[in-house]
Design a protein around this ligand. Sequence first.
Ligand SMILES: Cc1ncc(COP(=O)(O)O)c(C=O)c1O
Length: 352
Amino acid sequence: MPLPVLMQLREDLIDLNGTGIGILEHSHRQPTYDRLLADATESCRTLGEVPDDFEILFVSGGATNQFGLIPLNLLADGATADYPDTEVWSAKAIVEGRDAVPTATIAVPFEGKKFRYDHVPAEGEMVPTVGAAYMHYCSNNTVHGTRFHTPPKAAPGVPLVCDASSEIFGRPMDWSKHAMVYAAAQKHLGVAAMSLVIARRDLINAPVRPLPSMLSYAAHARYESRINTPPTFAIHTAGLMFRWMIQEGGAREFEKRNNAKAALIYGIIDGSGDFYRPLSRPECRSLINISFRLQSEALDKKFIDEATGAELDGLAGHRDAGGVRASLYNAMPIAGAEALASFMRDFLRQNG
Ligand SMILES: Cc1ncc(COP(=O)(O)O)c(C=O)c1O
């Protein structure tokens, strides 16, 4: 989280915009909150260059919640959806999708597990299902550190749904290729347990089956993300994050910064003579999550312990992949990547 946003939140907890009432205490049916929600939505539209025919929704529950809601809303009984499996998170989306709609088919046109998730499908490596209800994919694979440089090709006319949780606004989004993009908020937008959902109106305007309102994207759109008491603090925090990212120069600027940060770390990895071993193939490396192993688990542990001692925290790999993972989210300054690169250089010198 950027410090200016945290400091603003500290103020807003006590007194939001000079009202004398804190963000946690304001009613979500009063003009102050109306403005806050309108600001957050507008800032998101500006930052993401989101076209007018897309709804911007704030939905309680993280990305895992969307794994169930997407098929419930979009996948009719007997229909098929494509889910290329590029990692832990897309694999979870497949399991949740099958549980949500057991009467439909979740097809898996690319099985990344066979390749230890070291790459995303290259063009021609998967055959999408003609007539699928949609294709779901994960644009940046948080655990194994791969990403789609360009969105995958679904069959003609099939809407593309993207889990962008770990890279939202870290690069511009091509809306002409997507019908829906969603992201759990905790990585780039602040508070966990809420998702930003940006969806083309015609895709979500009627769920394929009757649903309770909280499970229906159409209802969230109809009631402007406040069917019930919404996660107001999380929405306000996302609004401040959108504004901060706009002030910093927007998604193009973050793409540049993320490229520069990643280049520092991959530079060390590539020059290490196989001392640092990335989990991803070079052609689909993530700019945000850089996952690698050293020559043994013992050395991984030594690296992580010594890094923690040097105030470089949070470098342990995800429990499903092990090893080391450097997460260079949008708010991580270049100095953070420089500090890690310098530590990696020293560690290589001493242990290589
Ligand atoms: C790409 C991706 N999808 C889904 C999730 C799950 O998010 P949540 O814990 O909010 O359900 C994560 C969490 O890290 C993620 O990185």
